[in-house]
Ligand binder design. Sequence first.
Ligand SMILES: *Cc1c(COP(=O)(O)O)cnc(C)c1O
Length: 362
Amino acid sequence: MGHVKLHIPGPIEVSPKTFEAFCRPMIGHRGQGFKDLYARLQPQLQTLLGTKQLVYLSTSSAWGVMEAAIRNLTQRKVLNCMCGAFSDKWLDVAQRCGKTAEALQVPWGSPILAEAVDRKLATGGFDTLTLIHNETSCGLMNPLAEIAALKAKYPDVHFIVDTVSSLSAVPMSMDALGVDVLLAGVQKAFALPPGLSVFACSPAALARSATVRDRGYYFDFVEFQKNAEQHMTPSTPSVSHVYALASKVDEIFAEGLEARYRRHATPNDMLRQWATGHGFTLFPEAGYESRTLVCVNNGAKPGGRTIDVAKFQKLVKDRGILIDGGYGKIKGTTFRISNMGDETPATIQSLIDILNDALQQL
Ligand SMILES: *Cc1c(COP(=O)(O)O)cnc(C)c1O
């Protein structure tokens, strides 16, 4: 059977060029070759995250760093801002780490608003906060800048921000926002095979981490910093991923960041227009739609058209494209289409032609 192109919101389609970089011959991770590779990558990653801090490479999926952030930083109590499957799960993860955690829960598809975060933090006792910038399960983008502005009012609360499905697709400025830990997995907008995450810590987060007991070894932030200063990682990294990341980041800077952000915005607009043009509504609250995917409402909320998603998905797949049939409790009552990575208006137009053809066959 031929390859089915991925338009699910992660992992996403990986280009032959990236695979070629991924398959380069192995080198030792303590040798000069690896150090040179990581050192060359470092300033580019810092620009993408918007930080002067060293960017670390973690051989794990994003959840490794999401759990690590809790284990390195939470001593008293964490506030988990919850608006979808991934952000909801972070509360569970914090509790499984034995931490005291409190939920700020809004209905899936509604944004986390700064006023609500402020009210919660004002009750006191928190030393950490988790926020997902782009809640991939609902196709919703939270107002990160407005929430991050609260950092000035609560300087002792460490803000941990997941940009897994937004980093490199929209502008990010970790330092200017005052974010303490910013993290992303590479199988989303970076369009790499899954298995590597990038993240950075503020000086305050590193200082806090150094005082926290039982933070383990593999994900110890202090170890990441010590090693990154020598252009290395604490343990053997997936060197193949680092090759692939270097290749991708070169592509990103050759294209130019502004052009890249535009290249994500235009296909995203095209997909939104496709959905509304066919009588659907979007699942997230208006004004908070993601820029890297569309989550189409298919009965999860009142209004708009509904279709047999499983059948639609199969018709699209028969035409060589995999779209997502909805996540968790909104499976089937929503469906999702990604525009992350290497997509262009032309590739999205071919996708839309296929979607239209499949809709007609329903
Ligand atoms: C995909 C995703 C994750 C989980 O990433 P893994 O690589 O499966 O650990 C976390 N947060 C967001 C927003 C995601 O989209």
